[in-house]
Design a binder for this molecule. Structure first.
Ligand code: ADP
Length: 275
């Protein structure tokens, strides 16, 4: 879907932005500042439909901010974020130009995006099944029996078919995180954002969660954008790895390049420190 003309005054030099139809996500000269701190510095990148992309790099390099912009939990300072050929950070005025998006527009535009956080944030007062059906029923209007049938399928997918009636407090951290993954998938997102989903887990629970994600990556056509410190997981599931430093992409390539023969000294230095 070709975008309409852009409002230069509102968006800066982005008038040549033309996401091609295979591009599901596109960051166009995105700047994000918190006060004087420039966290993303004229960032350009895109993710194609079905691609599995992993963001690596030192702490504070801006990786999580990228996911938060896609969830519209943060707003760009400059530039435009596109999803599915439509602006996410902006909305079109009647004349086709862009202006910063309203909350209502963004709520609608981010429906195709799911996110799993470091802290699983399950609803503590609801059982597992209800945790998964709540949003599809209330936000999408899916009939309850249909939502429950789908939730049970998803619980099977994450290896928790027998936990539908359990409460979150009765589950291990790894099991809670698998429920959180099922909950995100219940909204049938086109894009799944994973933000260091294993970093709050005890080491012995990490493998189970990563296995579930590998399965999802292999068996679905979902587009994945992951921030992870698990380099072996990144190597396994990624089509492409983006190495970040100080709000910029230092190097980008297939995992065989990034982990096997990194071109940039900054990448080599980072990998020496974490591997
Ligand atoms: P990463 O995920 O690579 O560790 P982040 O995107 O979390 O990096 O953070 C990048 C920078 O943005 C850090 O310097 C962090 O302190 C800053 N930052 C993130 N969120 C906020 C916020 N809400 N307010 C102020 N600074 C923030």
């Amino acid at each position: 879907v070709a975008p309409g003309p852009l409002d230069k005054a509102a968006t800066g030099p982005v008038e040549d932005a033309k996401p091609d139809s295979a591009e599901l996500i596109r960051f166009d000269k995105v700047v994000k500042r918190f006060g004087d701190n420039t966290v993303l510095d004229h960032l350009d990148f895109s993710v194609r439909k079905g691609e599995h992309v992993t963001l690596i790099g030192p702490s504070g390099s801006g990786k999580t901010t990228i996911l938060r912009l896609l969830m519209t939990l943060e707003q760009v300072s400059e530039g435009v974020v596109w999803v599915g050929g439509e602006p996410l950070s902006h909305e079109r005025k009647a004349d086709g130009s862009l202006r910063p998006a309203s909350e209502k527009y963004q709520r609608q535009a981010r429906k195709k995006i799911g996110m799993v956080f470091q802290q699983f944030n399950l609803f503590p007062n609801m059982n597992v099944l209800r945790n998964i059906t709540e949003a599809p029923v209330t936000a999408l209007g899916v009939p309850k029996p249909e939502a429950e049938a789908r939730a049970r399928e998803l619980l099977d997918l994450v290896g928790l078919g027998d936990k539908a009636d359990a409460h979150p407090t009765q589950l291990s951290g790894g099991q809670q995180q698998r429920v959180a993954i099922a909950r995100a998938l219940a909204m049938k997102p086109d894009i799944l954002l994973l933000d260091e989903v294993t970093s709050a887990l005890d080491p012995e629970l990490v493998a189970g969660v990563l296995d579930v994600l590998r399965d999802i990556a292999r068996t679905t056509d979902i587009t994945l954008l992951c921030v992870t410190h698990e380099m072996s997981f990144a190597r396994d599931i990624s089509d492409r790895v983006l190495m970040f430093d100080a709000g910029r992409i230092v190097e980008s390539g297939p995992p065989s390049q990034i982990f096997g023969e990194p071109r940039e000294e900054r990448t080599r230095e980072f990998l020496r420190a974490v591997l």
